[in-house]
Design a protein around this ligand. Structure first.
Ligand code: COA
Length: 189
């Protein structure tokens, strides 16, 4: 498995890089916001230790090539505005699951639509993945719209799949195939 510890991606406004010591306060600020965490797979964080542990775990697991999580930074500033990850990477089936989040102050400014395609392109073009999946709460309109805008197709619906802080919720399963991504992004001369 390759190491993803040195992976850096960039877009017009954003730099994406692995989280490091020093990013814990920014990460905690994002994940302690109940509105941001409304449809997340865990309750809002309560201590900065949770951020420190996640960064330490990322350092180990990205070194082993087990997953990718990149912090999203406003270009030129060391200010964390979100994260994007590829996890449950299955080498044989060439698929992975996609996760993402943008801090509330930065919603609806096109940052998800700018950052996530860079990670998708890396997954398909560099890692050679064939398929990306996303498992989201169907009530999360922002996430549904964002995925559909990128070309993800809603392929399934699983009832009562999650229990987070005693709240039971369903899953909408989305998928994107490499060939569909490339057909959409190959410009016709
Ligand atoms: C989902 C999320 C990442 C979207 O990020 P964003 O940077 O605000 O998204 P963008 O500005 O790139 O918008 C993408 C599309 O979604 C639509 N959209 C975004 N927020 C929306 C909302 N609250 N309601 C309806 N549509 C919304 C936008 O209109 C846009 O489509 P358009 O360009 O055709 O108008 C952000 O809301 C978020 O981080 N939420 C909390 C964390 C989360 O739920 N993550 C996903 C769970 S797995």
């Amino acid at each position: 498995m390759p190491s993803y510890c040195n992976l850096h991606l960039s877009t017009a406004r954003l730099d994406l890089r692995p989280l490091a010591v020093g990013d814990e306060d920014g990460l905690f600020a994002i994940h302690s916001d109940p509105e941001f965490m409304r449809y997340w797979s865990s309750p809002p964080w309560t201590t900065v230790e949770q951020a420190i542990k996640l960064i330490e775990r990322d350092n180990r697991e990205m070194l082993d090539g087990q997953h990718i999580r990149l912090g999203i930074f406003y270009r030129g500033e060391n200010h964390l505005i979100g994260t994007c990850s590829l996890f449950k990477i299955d080498e044989q089936c060439r698929r992975a699951e996609l996760g993402y989040g943008i801090a509330r102050d930065y919603w609806r400014k096109g940052f998800m639509s700018e950052a996530v395609p860079a990670v998708i392109e890396y997954g398909f073009a560099v890692m050679g993945l064939n398929r990306l999946e996303a498992d989201i709460d169907p009530r999360n309109t922002a996430s549904c719209k964002s995925l559909e805008k990128l070309g993800f197709v809603r392929e399934g619906y699983l009832r009562e799949r999650w229990i987070v802080a005693d709240e039971i919720s369903d899953s909408a399963l989305y998928g994107l195939l490499s060939r569909d991504w490339h057909n959409k992004h190959t410009s016709v001369p």
